[in-house]
Design a protein around this ligand. Structure first.
Ligand SMILES: *[C@@H]1O[C@H](CO)[C@@H](O)[C@H](O)[C@H]1NC(C)=O
Ligand SMILES: *[C@@H]1O[C@H](CO)[C@@H](O)[C@H](O)[C@H]1NC(C)=O
Ligand SMILES: *[C@@H]1O[C@H](CO)[C@@H](O)[C@H](O)[C@H]1NC(C)=O
Length: 200
């Protein structure tokens, strides 16, 4: 009896695994290319931190009687978007001014759009009408007022969206804390520009 001839399978197996290896290499190359593209795009549009500060502040019509405060607070907020490709929508903006953890006044600001590489200055007006202050808070505020300046805190909360080309991001919440603000009464001058802490 002649020995059975070997079936022609063994050489077929390496051919098959060659094909698999080929597909794997192509897939891997694709993944690497896509990854590189993502990194390049990200580097190209990489968002830089926005810078916010309070440029000016003053208090008008201050009247603290029987632990009730009437006053108008005016501030100038400066928003700097240093990005060359990222623009920003500010959709819903709320500002609050407080003294010693007591809220004195709040207001909302009209939505606006900020182009890339833009500086926008916004005037903020907050009116306290009959704001109730208790015990030591009223006394301390009175003392500070007689020194000509009052130490206030300004908080801002906004819903923002980024825009790159035609793409728009989902909404995020921007929080600013601008403190301490040494705010002079209207008759005096000398507000010191104060940077805000940014929480995004
Ligand atoms: C402050 O308000 C009280 C009560 O409204 C008023 O009697 C007083 O004259 C006001 N003071 C000033 C400095 O405007
Ligand atoms: C604050 O303003 C309200 C309304 O104008 C007035 O009725 C109140 O007396 C004022 N209070 C003080 C302390 O000025
Ligand atoms: C920033 O944008 C605002 C509104 O579009 C515009 O009025 C202002 O001139 C711009 N400022 C700069 C520095 O580009």
């Amino acid at each position: 009896m002649a020995p059975p001839t070997l079936p022609p399978q063994p050489p077929a197996r390496p051919r098959k695994s060659n094909l698999v290896r080929c597909i794997a290499i192509v897939l891997l190359a694709l993944i690497v290319l896509v990854g590189l593209a993502v990194i390049i795009i990200w580097l190209a549009v990489k968002p830089k931190r926005m810078v916010y500060s309070i440029e000016d502040g003053s208090i008008h019509g201050y009247n603290l009687t029987n632990n009730q405060l009437n006053a108008t607070f005016k501030f100038v907020l400066r928003a700097y978007n240093p990005n060359t490709r990222v623009s920003i929508y500010y959709d819903k903006i709320e500002v609050t001014v407080s003294y010693d953890d007591t809220t004195l006044a709040f207001n909302s600001v009209d939505p606006f759009f900020q182009h890339h590489r833009n500086v926008t200055k916004k005037g903020l007006t907050l009116v306290a009408q009959g704001a109730a202050l208790y015990g030591s808070v009223a006394r301390d505020l009175g003392l500070e007022k007689s020194s000509g300046k009052v130490e206030l805190e300004l908080r801002l909360k906004a819903k923002i969206r980024f825009k790159v080309g035609v793409w728009k991001s989902r909404k995020r919440t921007l929080r600013l804390l601008c403190a301490p603000l040494m705010v002079p009464l209207s008759s005096r001058k000398g507000f010191t520009r104060t940077l805000c802490d940014v929480d995004l």
